[in-house]
Design a binder for this molecule. Structure first.
Ligand code: NAD
Length: 249
């Protein structure tokens, strides 16, 4: 096993489940009782922008009530105390990593707390930060257009930060995936990229994910319980601890 210097972490909806944010149900295709095609595609937004706005408004306002759990806190600790490189990539649109103290999470699927001046409607791509329901009449401070939309990456759109993510994956020594089902691409393919770069790959989930075969080892259980212990031992024992997980697998 290579000496571990650079760590890349990928998180999904499962890390926020213990904070009370529902995961996406891939078996039913429903997200908070809505069809994904209606609330998470450019076509759905085109058909009914008001409904889509309200869907994300509800989740945005709910962020005032939710708090990070020990898994988010463990990652914030790892970011602060790890002596090597550390990159956190999240598929989540909530702000629980930031609430826990993580300073640089790449939100590859966008953020509930941001609106974007919609390029396809002639907007300029400017981002605006808000904790409130969206005012559809809000004018962009940069271009003056009134075409803000939720800053959510819909299916079929380019994720945010891919260059930075690819660079981190190609230099990864340890890749850790937490609470993601492994069905949404390109995130589900990151484990293969990290493996290709020679990284050790570990998954934390309730059960083996759809891409389990690409992981060297898995730790199954609630992330709020498994991750604090993992981070504690990784920080104190380093390579020896990761080797011990591999030999148990
Ligand atoms: P997913 O909902 O498809 O899968 C969640 C995974 O987490 C499952 O494999 C489940 O077994 C696991 N899980 C559930 N509770 C867990 C726990 N306590 N500890 C460890 N694992 C647990 O999530 P995904 O793979 O991230 O894909 C869903 C998409 O929907 C993403 O693109 C994301 O942007 C979006 N989404 C975001 C949020 C959020 O921001 N919190 C919530 C729902 C969906």
């Amino acid at each position: 096993m290579k000496h571990i210097n650079n760590i890349v972490v990928l998180t999904g909806a499962g890390i926020s489940a213990e904070s009370g944010i529902p995961v996406f149900r891939s078996e039913t295709g429903l997200w908070e009782n809505h069809r994904v095609e209606d609330v998470c595609t450019p076509e759905g937004y085109e058909r009914d922008p008001e409904m889509v706005r309200k869907f994300y408004d509800g989740m945005r306002v709910n962020l005032k009530k939710v708090r990070p759990n020990p898994a988010h806190q463990a990652l914030a600790r790892l970011e602060k105390e790890w002596r090597g490189g550390y990159t956190l990539v999240t598929q989540n649109i909530d702000n629980l990593h930031e609430q826990a103290g993580s300073e640089h999470a790449i939100h590859m699927h966008g953020e509930l707390l941001k609106l974007r001046c919609y390029e396809l409607k002639g907007g300029c791509g400017e981002l605006a930060v808000t904790t409130e329901p969206q005012d559809p009449e809000m004018a962009c401070p940069r271009c003056g257009k009134k075409v803000f939309r939720p800053h959510i990456v819909f299916f079929g759109e380019m994720p945010v930060g891919m260059d930075e993510i690819q660079k981190a994956l190609s230099a990864a020594d340890l890749f850790i995936s937490i609470g993601t089902s492994g069905v949404v691409y390109p995130a589900a393919g990151f484990v293969r990229a990290a493996r290709g770069a020679g990284a050790v790959t570990l998954e934390f989930n309730l059960e083996p994910s759809a891409v389990k075969g690409y992981f060297d080892a898995g730790v199954y259980g609630k992330a709020g319980t498994t991750l604090p212990e993992f981070v504690d031992r990784l920080l104190s024992e380093g390579d020896d601890y990761v080797s011990s997980l591999l030999s148990e697998a």
